[in-house]
Design a binder for this molecule. Structure first.
Ligand code: ADP
Ligand code: MG
Length: 348
């Protein structure tokens, strides 16, 4: 029986699902979150709340744990590297710093000779004037973006004036890719060349927010292999420990691009809870806590639907689900439009 107490920074649904997986492995969890209503407090052993730069609260947190991981990437680097002086942080703080910055992340991926969308750094409005070949494009904040937040689709450079963009922040301008499909690879790296890798998952977004995921992805063999190879190369190069996700675009000519990397468990991997012998969450706990690596085994094909905003209500009122349906309610206090409130996975 393990005697490990794992600290998790972030208390959203990913934190909840990590805590549930940890419990199964007899790993205790302490969650640290800046939101007093964080849903993951329903699933962990201890809950500490405070802002991500509150030194006192952070030391209260680290005194209770053996090691620390995180469920979202937008944590100040200073916080992670400070914690790392006392307790190991996995994945390493330097990995998080690289990936939380879109420009650094894309430069890193390109250095590995992996295709990304064309992109350019934008520091001021006039930078966009001479960049017609990046248009139509999407202007994205270099940091703190998620679920399409901080993104502005731009067709021509004069549109910028009407958009009221705060150029005190850094941006990248990315060429718009004519998408045929989006897929993701979820991979758990344990140590040098030791991985568990899930098959590609096909994802459908609505308003830049993930709506549906399914396996198997309908893709050709070349893309199947290339996406796995690229995810492995990225994980190895980062000396990553834990579960991470690589999001990909496939264009209309079947070219594969890395869109972005998430240094954490990922929404598109929720179906792994029911469709595999070991979920992405359990694999993350196993890897960071140094527990046994178990070969992945697929139980079933599956599809997952995110329940956003009010869509949760119908499912909360459903008395009985079919045997192949698995409903998860994130137990968030307030229903907000487009907020991820829960999901339903169907084995098919
Ligand atoms: P986030 O951090 O919000 O997930 P992403 O860069 O992954 O940001 O963008 C969210 C979604 O927006 C993508 O999954 C895709 O559907 C769409 N998108 C983003 N960038 C592009 C692009 N360059 N070309 C086409 N679609 C894009
Ligand atoms: Mg994304």
């Amino acid at each position: 029986m393990s005697e490990i107490t794992l600290g998790i920074i972030g208390g959203g649904q990913l934190g909840s699902m990590l805590a549930i997986a940890a419990k199964k492995l007899n790993v205790k969890t302490v969650i640290f979150c800046d939101d007093t209503d964080a849903p993951a407090q329903n699933f962990c052993n201890q809950f500490v709340t405070g802002s991500y730069d509150n030194k006192e609260k952070i030391s209260e947190f680290i005194n209770q744990v053996d090691l620390v991981t995180y469920e979202f990437e937008n944590i100040p680097f200073e916080t992670l590297s400070e914690i790392n002086k006392f307790k190991p942080v996995l994945p390493k703080p330097s990995v998080n710093r690289l990936i939380q910055h879109r420009l650094a992340e894309k430069d890193f991926v390109n250095k590995l000779n992996i295709r990304t969308t064309r992109y350019v750094s934008i520091e001021k409005k006039s930078d966009i004037d001479a960049l017609e070949d990046f248009l139509p494009g999407i202007l994205k904040t270099t940091t703190l973006g998620y679920d399409g937040k901080g993104q502005y689709p731009i067709k021509s450079s004069n549109e910028i004036n009407s958009l009221n963009i705060d150029f005190s922040k850094g941006y990248i301008l990315e060429k718009h890719v004519k998408l045929k499909k989006e897929i993701s690879i979820i991979i758990t790296r344990f140590s040098n060349n030791k991985y568990e890798i899930y098959e590609p998952i096909e994802n459908t977004h609505e308003d830049q927010i993930l709506k549906y995921s399914k396996i198997p992805a309908e893709i050709n063999e070349k893309i199947f292999n290339q996406s796995r190879d690229w995810a492995m190369l990225i994980a190895e190069e980062l000396k990553y420990v834990g579960t991470m996700c690589v999001e990909f675009f496939i264009d209309r000519n079947d070219n594969l691009y890395v869109n972005e990397i998430a240094p954490r468990v990922h929404n598109s991997g929720h179906l792994t809870i029911n469709a595999f012998n070991v979920s992405q969450f359990e694999n993350h706990i196993r890897a960071v806590c140094g527990l046994e690596q178990i070969p992945l085994n697929k139980i079933s094909n599956a599809k997952m639907m995110n329940l956003l905003g009010n869509q949760i209500t119908h499912y909360r009122n459903t008395q009985k689900f079919n045997d192949n349906e698995f409903f998860f309610d994130y137990l968030k206090k307030d229903i907000k439009e487009k907020r991820k409130m829960g999901h339903i996975t169907t084995l098919v």
